[in-house]
Design a protein around this ligand. Structure first.
Ligand SMILES: [Zn+2]
Length: 458
């Protein structure tokens, strides 16, 4: 018999096409899918109900989708505290070049734990540092995501443009072009699951225009389309990147990426801060998506992405925390607020982004950006049961009448329940699938080991 979970009495923000909200609604989950959503209590006499949640004082939203991250950076948080992107990267590349499989596993657990406890049910990770002889780093993060039970979209990154070829990373941190392509193809063949309801979809993700050769960009795009997987990279993050592309290629980042086959509705790029009207029009015309990372852009003084203009043009936009070396909190829940605040500092001021617009970016927006809006991103019958039930009954939120405003504008809200594929991953604010104290010890030990190996401590 199909097992059912019934949630009653919740304020439901469905994030459907009409932004329907149900002030006292119910959701019935059957197996790993949403069976019904509606106003008032759930129908009586349902069979196979294993759990009945009274969600009074709670807000039910779709599970959040994090569209950009670098899990391994969990071990290098709090470093290069006052640097812009290029200085920050050149400080950290030599440290990252010492990571190994055990470190990557621990860092992935830490990153995923911070994501899940902030409402994320589906997470992208862009991993692009593969030191020789360091073990199977990609498998390590796949293992971590499976253990925690978070839906996963690992993007097999790569860098092949070392400093001796005019790139930004040191030669010790890059792979050869052929090795990067072969390992990327292998990762797709081994791990990518294209089936409906998939818990793991792999993307192809050379790192950035200043760390990857033109050949690798071109060949990676061909590879991804041959395998039927998506493409991800960084684009137009800083003025320094723009200057690098103009000097080396005679083109801005968007035109350069276009020349290598990197615009399309199977592509999404992180940041896209320094875009002119022509760049935005190209993204809109091709359906290329954007992972907006407001905290990281602020931390690295990158600038403010033109999210209102991107949305007005019809560009798909999701939210990302980015790697935790440039966003130490690693939480997506609070990134909704930061998206509202940062965008209101731009030219559109108070009209830049609404509270509900921020929730949409983090749910349907993200699902569309990673190509899964048919299955994820809204609370609707038939969709996968990835649901976040936020507890707004405590003193931090209870005096805010609008629950969506309480979530987006208020303090980081605890979760009563996070379901992923119908299974509980977070309950009453704590991870159910891992021991948080053990995780704290493990990640601290691995961060210290990395610091020692990189010569940062004795
Ligand atoms: Zn990034």
């Amino acid at each position: 018999m199909t097992e059912r979970v019934v949630i009653d009495n919740a304020h439901i923000a469905t994030v459907d096409a009409d932004d329907t909200e149900l002030p006292r609604g119910h959701v019935v989950v059957a197996g790993n899918r949403i069976e019904s959503v509606g106003a008032g209590p759930a129908p009586e006499g349902l069979e196979g109900v294993t759990r009945h949640v009274d969600a009074a004082g709670r807000l039910l939203t779709p599970g959040l989708v994090n569209t950009h991250h670098h899990f391994y950076q969990w071990l290098t948080r709090g470093m290069a505290q006052d640097s812009n992107l290029f200085d920050w990267l050149t400080t950290l590349y030599p440290v990252w070049a010492r990571i190994d499989e055990d470190m990557t596993y621990a860092a992935a657990l830490g990153s995923l734990a911070a994501l899940a406890t902030s409402g994320v049910s589906c997470a992208v990770d862009h991993h692009y540092v593969f030191p020789r002889g360091a073990g199977d780093l990609f498998a390590a993060e796949v293992r971590a995501a499976a253990e925690l039970g978070v839906r996963f979209a690992p993007a097999r990154g790569s860098m092949d443009l070392g400093a001796s070829d005019g790139g930004l990373p040191p030669d010790s941190a890059v792979e050869s072009t052929d090795a990067a392509l072969a390992a990327t193809a292998e990762a797709v063949d081994r791990w990518h699951d294209p089936s409906p309801g998939s818990m793991l979809r792999v993307a192809v993700a050379p790192c950035s225009p200043f760390s990857v050769s033109t050949d690798l960009l071109r060949e990676a795009a061909v590879l991804a389309r041959d395998k039927g997987v998506r493409l991800h990279t960084h684009g137009s993050e800083t003025v320094e990147e723009e200057a690098f592309c103009r000097e080396r290629f005679g083109l801005g980042p968007t035109d350069y990426l276009e020349s290598t086959g990197w615009l399309g509705d199977d592509v999404w790029m992180a940041h896209c801060v320094h875009m002119d009207d022509s760049d935005i029009a190209k993204f809109a015309a091709t359906g290329t998506g954007v992972a907006h990372c407001p905290s990281s852009n602020a931390r690295l003084a990158a600038g403010i992405a033109r999210v209102p203009d991107l949305l007005a043009a019809g560009v798909p936009v999701g939210l990302g925390v980015d790697g935790t070396a440039s966003n130490e909190a690693g939480e997506l829940g609070t990134e909704l607020r930061n998206a509202v605040l940062v965008n209101r500092l731009g030219p559109h001021r108070e009209k830049a982004l609404t509270v509900r617009g921020a929730l949409r970016l983090a749910t349907m927006g993200g699902a569309r950006v990673i190509g899964r809006d048919g299955e994820l991103g809204s609370v609707e019958p038939g969709k996968l049961a990835d649901l976040a039930l936020w507890d707004l009954s405590g003193f931090r939120h209870s005096s805010i009448a609008d629950p969506v405003a309480a979530l987006v504008l208020g303090a980081a809200a605890p979760l009563t329940l996070l379901l992923v594929d119908g299974r509980p991953v977070v309950e009453d604010g704590r991870l159910r699938t891992a021991d948080e104290d053990r995780l704290a010890r493990l990640t601290r030990a691995e961060a210290r080991r990395l610091a020692r190996l990189a010569g940062l401590t004795g």
